[in-house]
Design a protein around this ligand. Structure first.
Ligand SMILES: [Zn+2]
Length: 632
């Protein structure tokens, strides 16, 4: 890819500070710079620079031409810290473009790591513009003076040594103080490196800074805005999610009284709004800015009707649940219990009612006074009664079971990569454990963060909005069962469906046979012995049973067949419906590919016999081969 002139880089970089929200909430969008450097990859490493003449130290740094760089500095050693015509230094150019070798060389030749340009930005600010994690690490290690690992940092890993393990570095306290000064150094508008990373939506930089260097995620700029304000305002959902997961303050107000939710609402960023609401910004829906406006009012003013509607319905449901919990009367308790069970009582009544109806209208009706069931009929009747009853036991188990709720302790106990070495600040934020340190996050799998449960979900888990918790192998929430169908109760659910299908088919068949045998008794005035439609009204209850039975059979059997076919393919309803959202369900060609499908026989066996057993080895290897690291 052709690289544009260095001058174009200067424009994109200076746009970092030009992209602040306006001081007034009226016209925030007018100052938003849409041509952010984050989307401009023309100057990324590895580009073709055949058409660029490296004729000064700045270009040599920006393009990482180490030979030329050495040549220039050898000739004029003082040039290492001299700014170009716009006031930017060689180290800034090298850091912007993640030129690890060039940055290392410049530092070794005396380049000042904390020198600021006329906007107050240092080379560290510039690393956050294009997520240049390699040079970020070089800079901070240089400040901490802990040196580089043998052989230098590997620029392809972007994390240097120990890439992916996410351990915080052991840095002596006095060195850490110097690092903290640089991390907290604000530019002319008070933006720290964490602000810049959030402004460009680089979740990997935010994570790296927080976990490895214990950077403050709630730092304030000159308008009292936190990185979360910025990520929400810009609509960067991954960064918003990550900051909330790292326990950033969701309801912090800036100088205008605006919370992150205000800014996301002003911009109409519906995904950011939803993420904030799920991640603890509930109080912000009532918060008023200096003009007295709530996020909902601002969204409506700006014409973001969808956002205003979402906020209004969230507010309503919050108020409803508050009302219910505050008036804890007996009636409310019953209502809450019924709400939890959803339609489950209806299904119980339906099944018991159908069995009763079956016994009275098919098996033991006065209509069949002269038509005994016979052995076949008796067996069929017992099958119907037996299957329905045992089915109800499995329904009960499905409703009352833990469907596979994810617990924080489980997630971390099962992860061999967990370190208890998380930085002290992070430990304090997360209640004493380094639970935010997760290999999936070092690989950039932000979609696995649950901001509500504050955990990194196992691969096939999903957050259930009804139960408010993450569920392993989430299939769907079934209102008829009154529970989520997940890893630990799907087998019971399918057995229930199968037993009920058997009962419904058998009762339907028997009812049809009985209908055919509705013939007048011998000696009847109508002339016994032959079937006549005229007799149907007398068999009305039998006909009604048949219709009801058939309708229920259609829906239950369909669900049963769908579920069994999914088990044969080792896929969940949720995965099929939302496959586009899951990276692990995409093959190298970008099409749907299920890495868990081991063939129908093996799938069914695993499901029926080893359903609670994890098989981390094959799955991990399959999945990691299809998921490239995003931080690279
Ligand atoms: Zn959750």
């Amino acid at each position: 890819m052709a690289i544009e002139s260095v001058a174009s880089l200067q424009t994109t970089v200076s746009s970092v500070s030009a992209s602040a929200p306006a001081a007034s909430t009226d016209e925030p969008a007018s100052t938003v710079n849409t041509s952010s450097a984050a989307t401009d990859d023309t100057a990324m490493p590895g580009g073709d620079r055949a058409d660029v003449v490296i004729d000064d130290i700045f270009k040599a740094s920006a393009y990482g031409d180490l030979d030329k760089l050495k040549e220039f500095i050898e000739r004029t050693p003082s040039a290492v810290n001299q700014p170009d015509a716009q006031g930017y230094r060689p180290l800034q150019w090298a850091c912007l473009n993640n030129r690890v070798a060039a940055a290392t060389y410049l530092l070794s030749r005396g380049a000042s790591a904390d020198a600021a340009d006329h906007t107050g930005q240092t080379a560290l600010h510039w690393t956050a513009v294009r997520a240049s994690v390699g040079t970020l690490e070089v800079l901070l290690r240089h400040i901490a003076d802990i040196g580089l690992p043998a052989g230098g940092l590997d620029p392809t890993s972007a994390l240097g040594d120990g890439a992916g393990d996410g351990a915080a570095l052991d840095v002596p306290a006095h060195s850490m103080a110097a690092v903290r000064r640089l991390l907290e150094l604000g530019d002319a508008r008070g933006y720290t490196v964490m602000h810049v990373a959030s402004q460009y939506g680089h979740a990997n930089v935010v994570y790296h800074l927080a976990m490895r260097w214990n950077a403050d995620i709630d730092g304030l700029d000159l308008d009292d805005r936190t990185p979360l304000h910025w990520a929400a305002y810009k609509g960067f959902v991954d960064a918003t999610k990550l900051l909330l997961f790292l326990n950033a303050s969701p309801n912090q107000k800036d100088k205008e009284g605006c919370t992150p939710l205000h800014w996301a609402s002003i911009r109409g960023n519906i995904e950011a709004v939803n993420t904030l609401l799920q991640g603890g910004a509930k109080d912000s829906i009532y918060a008023q800015d200096v003009t007295g406006s709530t996020p909902q009012q601002l969204a409506a003013e700006k014409g973001h009707r969808h956002v205003a509607g979402t906020l209004a319905s969230f507010r309503k449901s919050e108020e409803r649940s508050k009302r219910v919990s505050s008036s804890w009367s007996a009636w409310n308790r019953i209502v809450t219990a019924m709400q939890t069970l959803q339609m489950a009582p209806v299904i119980w009544m339906l099944i018991i009612g159908l069995v009763y109806f079956f016994l009275t209208s098919v098996v033991n009706s006065a209509l069949f006074l002269y038509h005994p069931l016979g052995l076949f009929g008796a067996i069929a009747s017992w099958i119907v009664v037996g299957s329905s009853s045992i089915g109800l036991i499995f329904l009960y188990r499905t409703t009352t079971a833990d469907p596979g709720f994810v617990r924080v302790a489980d997630v971390y106990a099962n992860s061999p990569h967990m370190r208890e070495k998380g930085s002290s600040g992070m430990r304090a934020r997360t209640g004493g454990s380094a639970t935010v340190n997760h290999p999936a996050l070092w690989s950039g799998e932000w979609e696995r963060i649950c901001v509500t449960c504050k955990l990194v979900r196992p691969l096939r888990a999903k957050h259930c909005k009804v139960t408010g918790r993450c569920v392993e192998h989430f299939d769907h929430f079934c209102p008829w069962v009154g529970n989520v169908i997940g890893r630990k109760n799907r087998r019971d659910f399918i057995i229930f469906l199968t037993l009920e299908t058997i009962a419904l088919v058998t009762s339907c068949g028997l009812a049809l046979l009985r209908l055919a045998s509705v013939v007048p008794a011998p000696g009847h005035p109508s002339g016994g012995g032959t079937f006549s439609l005229a007799r149907l009204p007398q068999a009305s209850s039998l006909v009604i049973f048949l219709v009801a039975d058939f309708v229920v059979l259609l829906s239950v059997a369909t669900l049963c067949i769908v579920q069994i076919s999914q088990v044969c393919r080792n896929v969940t309803t949720n995965e099929l419906a939302n496959s586009h959202r899951y990276r692990y369900l995409r093959g190298p060609d970008g099409l749907f590919h299920n890495p868990f499908d081991l063939g129908w026989y093996r799938n069914v066996w695993d499901f029926m016999v080893e359903t609670y057993e994890e098989q981390p080895q094959p799955l991990t290897s399959i999945v990691s081969s299809t998921m490239p690291k995003r931080v690279a």
